[in-house]
Design a protein around this ligand. Structure first.
Ligand code: WTA
Length: 634
């Protein structure tokens, strides 16, 4: 395979080249892709604005690089193996030739519904192959997709549709998730009441539940398909045209739409997929992420297909109908590469080895993790019991904003160390700084993780608000992209991610802004104010701890009923992923004289460590700390 790194020596060489001459390095890699017209210049950049452009004036279509570029060699190979939520429903095998037809035909459906280049199309789907088909069909015609995770509420969905001014929504009647079904269409209907920009809603039939179809607006996927032609020429796109928007949480305000553009994202995700996983022909790669998150975009929908891989896509959840479901799927489909989140590993570890023992797991070659720091115990369990001690683990650190993996071992090549993401990938130039922005050089340092040079798949802007992109990522430290993560570089120069240093919490690998959860809680009519912090959680990595002050009327209600009602408000505003694990009702929050909530104190209490709360005498209301401590059981 072109651009494949085969040894540690080759990695070091590639890394060196990528930093000494990034344009030549990425230019060479880009040569193996199919361009309608080659680029004039590889890179132009400036982190102050920020302005980042790769492969300037290149013309291409990403779907031609998945299909036309490779069909002669890989047309009959399986592109997607799909495994249903229910073990009783047959799995599907879709070849590249078949997937190509599905994508082009659905692209024609979109066109028939009025979609054109540059339109934003929202996708709110279950984990079925049609979700990938929908994404690729958008890319085929040059529309920009905005996928919204199926667990989000009507309000979260409408916020995202409104922000992107999407004109089409693609959804399904419902989604199976374990023993539950989610009525996607009903939720979408509620969302669409607030979304005048939506002209058409295309509905895939999956659960066959009772839904209503709104005349003129709603159309069934299968009916639209019946009248659509199969062939659809790819739209010619510019390297820097938007490929997609994906909303993600930050420390302040509403989630922002991270924008990725076509060429850089395509090249970088394919390159990292092949090299990190050491993926080879005939390997079977299973990624458990949902397409609603960046991992599902980069390492389900795009990179494995760009690399002509065979991708296993699973509709359901890890523990349904039993806690051995992942392992059963691995045996059934002879999976060689398995990529999941630490939270899933911890949850399955907690169910006991009897759920692993019945399975062989002998086809596995490489294991991966993503989304949050993996603790040593989970790492060793994964290595010993799933990898049987013979599979390297690639602990891949990256973000929605980086589009692709940034720090990770190359499987079987980079010596690993439990809990360490190890070394930066070629093209990734890191810098660790202290809180003042001073570079911490050398090994054996700990600080804030920044990136000092552009790489092809980095975010270009936040949709509709470039200033916000600049403020969030490029203003904390001048001339640097700030990741929001704390990091340690040990004596060997290996990187270990320590977690977020901003007001973002990472719950089961899902990013949530504390402000976002607070805003949702504050929507409750009986809530006066709230403060949300993260705390260590055995399975989820971090749990959500909410300190809530009720209005006078609320204080007369029974506490458990109030807590349940607050949780249901959060479910409604954001979705179940943001529901607080613990709620503490109190009569006030500790504040400074200027009225700022002292989160540091709340964090300590939530973490169960009150030995060092610091000086509280300068607080506006020091007595409240005692009350909260007592309520928390200290
Ligand atoms: C965290 C997910 C430690 C980190 C791809 C980052 C990790 C945030 C790792 C991004 C890892 C991701 N080790 N922490 N291997 N991978 N993170 O945008 O805090 O959903 O900033 O992207 O997850 O989350 P996001």
């Amino acid at each position: 395979m072109p651009n494949q790194i085969n040894s540690l020596y080759e990695y070091l060489e590639a890394y060196k080249k990528s930093t000494e001459n990034p344009e030549e390095f990425w230019g060479n890699i880009a040569e193996s892709f199919y361009w309608r017209k080659k680029w004039d210049k590889v890179l132009e950049w400036n982190f102050d604005e920020p302005n980042i452009q790769w492969f300037i004036n290149g013309k291409l279509n990403i779907t031609e690089n998945i299909f036309e570029r490779n069909l002669a060699d890989f047309g009959n190979q399986t592109a997607i193996i799909w495994e249903s939520n229910s073990p009783d429903e047959p799995s599907q095998h879709i070849s590249y030739n078949e997937l190509f037809k599905k994508v082009t035909q659905f692209a024609n459906v979109l066109k028939n519904q009025g979609a054109k280049k540059g339109d934003r199309i929202a996708i709110y789907m279950p984990m079925v192959p049609e979700a990938v088909v929908a994404m690729l069909a958008c890319a085929r015609i040059g529309a920009i997709h905005s996928v919204v995770f199926g667990g989000f509420s009507a309000q979260s969905l409408s916020d995202r549709i409104i922000d992107a001014e999407a004109n089409i929504l693609i959804t399904a009647d419902g989604a199976y998730r374990g023993a539950k079904t989610i009525s996607l269409k009903n939720i979408a209907d509620e969302a669409l009441e607030k979304c005048p920009s939506i002209q058409k809603c295309i509905v895939l039939e999956r659960t066959k539940e009772n839904i209503t179809m709104k005349k003129e607006r709603d159309i069934w996927w299968h009916e639209a398909l019946a009248t659509a032609q199969i062939e659809c020429k790819a739209e010619e796109m510019d390297s820097e045209d938007m490929l997609f928007i994906l909303y993600t949480s930050g420390s302040t305000g509403k989630p922002k739409g991270v924008v990725h553009t076509i060429a850089g994202y395509m090249i970088y995700t394919e390159y990292t997929f092949k090299n990190v996983f050491q993926y080879h022909k005939n390997d079977i790669y299973f990624c458990t992420a949902d397409v609603g998150w960046i991992t599902g975009h980069s390492y389900i929908a795009y990179a494995p297909l760009l690399a002509s891989g065979t991708l296993l896509m699973y509709e359901g959840v890890p523990n349904y109908p039993h806690a051995g479901r992942f392992w059963e799927i691995i045996d059934k489909h002879k999976v060689t590469h398995f990529y999941t989140a630490p939270t899933a590993i911890r949850a399955l570890m907690a169910t006991g080895l009897e759920h692993v023992k019945p399975y062989q797991l002998d086809t596995l070659k490489v294991l991966g993790t993503v989304g949050e720091p993996i603790n040593a115990e989970a790492w060793h369990w994964y290595h010993a019991h799933i990898g049987k001690g013979k599979c390297p683990i690639v602990d891949t650190w990256w973000q929605t904003e980086t589009g692709g993996m940034m720090i990770s071992p190359l499987a079987g090549i980079t010596p690993t160390k439990p809990t360490y993401a190890t070394l930066p990938l070629p093209g990734v130039q890191l810098m660790i700084v202290d809180t003042e922005g001073k570079e911490l050089k050398g090994n054996g340092v700990e600080g804030n993780l920044c990136i000092k040079f552009p790489f092809p798949s980095m975010l270009r802007t936040t949709y509709g608000d470039h200033e916000r992109c600049k403020q969030t990522y490029f203003s904390t430290y001048k001339g640097l992209y700030f990741t929001g993560d704390g990091v340690k570089r040990d004596e060997d120069g290996y990187y270990r991610i320590l977690g977020r240093v901003d007001d973002v919490i990472n719950v089961s690998g899902h990013r949530l802004g504390t402000a976002e959860v607070e805003n949702a809680i504050n929507e409750h009519p009986l809530v006066n104010e709230s403060a949300v912090v993260g705390y260590p959680h055995d399975i989820k990595g971090q749990g959500i701890y909410a300190f809530v002050v009720l209005e006078k009327d609320g204080q007369t209600h029974e506490k458990d009923a109030m807590k349940a009602s607050i949780i249901s408000t959060v479910n409604k505003i954001i979705g179940a992923i943001a529901k607080p694990d613990k709620i503490l009702l109190c009569s006030g929050l500790p504040k400074t004289r200027s009225g700022k909530i002292m989160r540091r104190i709340l964090r300590k209490i939530a973490e169960g460590d009150i030995s060092n709360l610091g000086d509280i005498t300068t607080l506006l209301n020091p007595e409240i700390v005692e009350e909260i401590k007592k309520e928390a059981g200290f």
